[in-house]
Design a protein around this ligand. Structure first.
Ligand SMILES: Cc1cc2nc3c(=O)[nH]c(=O)nc-3n(C[C@H](O)[C@H](O)[C@H](O)COP(=O)(O)OP(=O)(O)OC[C@H]3O[C@@H](n4cnc5c(N)ncnc54)[C@H](O)[C@@H]3O)c2cc1C
Length: 357
């Protein structure tokens, strides 16, 4: 199996529970893929999210998985006024009519889900820093090569079934895959955007929720930037207090700034919105997903963001006969792009009768 994001890790759990042997190869040193939380403090197990933050009430797969893994969830903090920054020359407006829609967060950061999944897997069944670079169909299954970035000899594996759990455009960079795929599928994969892959997020952690104490929710919307949408990002209801923002500066412009420039601009914006206390976070993080070579592809940076909509159903019978399975948020039958979609795609995998033969 290729890819240790939510889809790959959840697929490994379901295979483990079904008594099916697996080996998950993850390209990066860390697990989680787009799920990425950073510590609130050096000695604190809890984290703030630089990747996905929320799931919503109708997304029952996420709710069930959190319950199964005993990961606590809590409601996104929205109580308090919302701020609007319409222009740099205009005063910030404050409204008590905001109140975002109900959404849920995983306590201690979404990475807690990945940690809980990893704890349930056989450690020998997960190998990190092991990118799949080449595949070829063999006698009864697949030959797989993985080449580490350190230039060491490629490692060879044989697999009866091959499960690919990486964004479709990254899959097409695996040598040998396109030539194996049913007609039309390569083109469809290339046309499928990687959700949020060109985004960047900034998070600042504070000793106290001074915005809440001032009657603010932490929500702000800005036409000034660099952040266009800001939210309370605290790690739990009442610990690890933090604010996060989606950065509105396009990826191409971001890449031309020296390290630290954008981070300083984000802090200045937080001060202009929430006051002087915002100037001195305990720690702050910026994650530019457009720089993450195992997630983003050129086209994701060049195109306007749009939801992935790839209906695999017409290729599914042929893929199953080939013992080749695609999972992941972008190939989900519903909720494409979301964590919920990643879990839905694993359900499709586990309905494959060939896996059990
Ligand atoms: C900034 C941001 C905010 C988001 N906010 C939300 C949100 O609030 N709610 C929500 O539901 N969703 C959100 N999303 C989307 C959500 O993160 C994804 O839907 C989900 O994490 C995708 O999981 P996945 O396992 O399908 O793919 P990924 O997480 O992309 O995992 C793919 C894995 O494959 C690995 N890989 C790639 N190529 C290879 C290879 N050749 N060999 C081996 N491994 C390989 C990668 O390193 C990666 O670990 C957000 C995403 C981002 C970036």
């Amino acid at each position: 199996m290729a890819g240790g994001g939510l889809a790959g890790m959840a697929a490994a759990l379901r295979l483990e529970q079904a008594g099916i042997a697996y080996l998950l190869l993850e390209a990066q040193e860390r697990l989680g893929g787009r799920i990425f939380s950073q510590p609130v403090a050096a000695d604190d197990g809890s984290g703030v999210d630089l990747g996905p933050t929320w799931f919503w009430p109708h997304q029952q797969r996420m709710r069930r998985l959190c319950a199964e893994l005993r990961c606590k969830v809590f409601e996104q903090h929205v109580a308090g006024d919302v701020l609007y920054q319409q222009g740099s020359a205009q005063p910030v407006q404050r409204s008590d009519a905001g109140q975002g829609m109900l959404s849920y967060r995983v306590e201690g950061g979404t990475q807690s889900l990945i940690a809980a999944l990893a704890a349930r897997l056989d450690p020998a069944g997960v190998q990190r820093s092991c990118p799949i670079t080449n595949i070829a169909p063999g006698e009864d299954g697949w030959s797989v090569s993985a080449t580490a970035a350190d230039g060491s000899e490629p490692r060879q594996f044989r697999a009866q079934h091959l499960v690919l759990a990486a964004p479709p455009r990254k899959l097409l960079q695996i040598a040998g895959l396109s030539s194996c795929l049913p007609a039309g599928l390569s083109t469809a994969l290339a046309a499928t955007p990687t959700w949020m892959a060109a985004q960047a997020k900034f998070v600042a952690v504070y000793p106290a929720p001074f915005w809440r104490q001032a009657g603010l929710s932490g929500q702000a919307f800005s036409r000034v930037g660099p952040m266009v949408e800001i939210h309370d990002a605290s790690a739990t209801t009442d610990t690890g207090f933090a604010l996060f923002g989606f950065i509105g500066v396009p990826a191409g412009v971001r890449s031309r700034h020296a390290a630290g420039v954008l981070q300083d601009a984000c802090l200045r914006q937080l001060v202009s919105l929430f006051g002087a206390q915002a100037a001195t976070p305990e720690v702050s993080y910026l994650k530019d997903w457009a720089q993450d070579a195992w997630i983003v592809s050129e086209q994701d940076i060049d195109e306007s963001p749009r939801h992935p909509e790839l209906d695999l159903s017409r290729w599914l019978p042929q893929l199953r006969r080939m013992q080749l399975h695609l999972v992941g948020s972008e190939v989900a039958p519903q909720e494409g792009g979301y964590l919920e979609g990643a879990l839905g795609s694993v359900e499709v995998l586990m309905r494959s009768p060939e896996l059990f033969s």
